[in-house]
Design a protein. Structure first.
Length: 271
């Protein structure tokens, strides 16, 4: 007889299948009656116009830096559309296993796309994914995840926002809502999707009741991508070396206005 804990992965998979089926049904029902029209302009010129179901559910749109690609994000409906602006064509729709699309972004070189879910047809994987745009295919998963067969933990990865080094070759994620004992900040190669470092959290001050390290709110890379300035939720700023994942120094605790200034200066100058 199977132990109850061994049934947990099976039950989770079944619930995900049911949730995905329900999402597809909800997406169909939520599609506005009559197709919506998408118009893309370059200055005063209409680059292309498309009429397709589902556009009425779009909550945000983003262009790649070179203007060739367009993302339509349908937060609450569980899908992201990719369009080739230069060709005036829809490329694909990425369907998530959940309604919430926290974010999706292009890399500065306009060659890659990040999703906070896997995005491959027929999969129920919620791991964030890294795709090439031309051709459109997945190349890596952006998560430092562990599983011992019974327990699963994602220590870091893309689920909210991203910041880049000045040359666009490295990116840093400050993962939201993570309460694991190790780093919620990770640094990645923005060309290959390779993880370069996962950073440890600052410990709580002496005498605090909490354990496991202070949660993370934001992070910035230095212009050369070699160091990271991390903002903890208690207002402390800490600087790390990317290549060694070593804590270099703790700058102390700052107000929200001071934090914004410090992060901005560090991203511009590395100081």
């Amino acid at each position: 007889m199977l132990q109850p804990i061994r049934l947990l992965p099976v039950l989770m998979a079944l619930s995900w299948c049911a949730a995905t089926a329900q999402l597809r049904a909800d997406l169909t029902r939520a599609t506005p009656s009559g197709p919506a029209t998408l118009k893309v302009f370059g200055g005063p010129d209409l680059l292309f116009q498309a009429t397709t179901p589902g556009l009425g559910a779009v909550t945000a749109s983003k262009f790649s830096a070179d203007g060739r690609w367009l993302l339509n994000i349908a937060d609450g409906q569980g899908y992201v559309q990719l369009w080739n602006v230069a060709a005036g064509q829809w490329v694909r729709t990425f369907l998530a296993p959940f309604p919430r699309i926290v974010n999706a972004d292009f890399t500065p070189d306009s060659r890659h796309l990040r999703l906070n879910f896997r995005g491959e047809p027929g999969t129920l994987d919620a791991e964030p994914a890294f795709w090439t745009l031309d051709p459109s295919r997945p190349v890596a998963q952006l998560s430092d995840a562990r599983s011992d067969g019974e327990n699963y933990a994602r220590e870091s990865g893309y689920d909210r926002s991203v910041s880049f080094s000045a040359d666009g070759q490295r990116m840093v994620f400050a993962r939201s809502g993570s309460y694991g004992k190790t780093g919620a900040v990770s640094v990645w190669d923005a060309r290959s999707g390779t993880r370069l470092a996962t950073l440890s959290r600052l410990p709580y001050p002496a005498g605090a009741l909490q354990t496991g390290g202070v949660g993370i709110d934001d992070a910035r890379l230095s212009p050369d991508g070699r160091r990271v300035l991390v903002l903890s939720i208690d207002g402390r700023l800490a600087e790390y070396d990317v290549d060694t994942a070593r804590l270099l120094n703790v700058r102390g605790r700052f107000t929200s206005e001071q934090v914004a200034a410090q992060l901005g200066i560090f991203a511009r100058t590395g100081r």
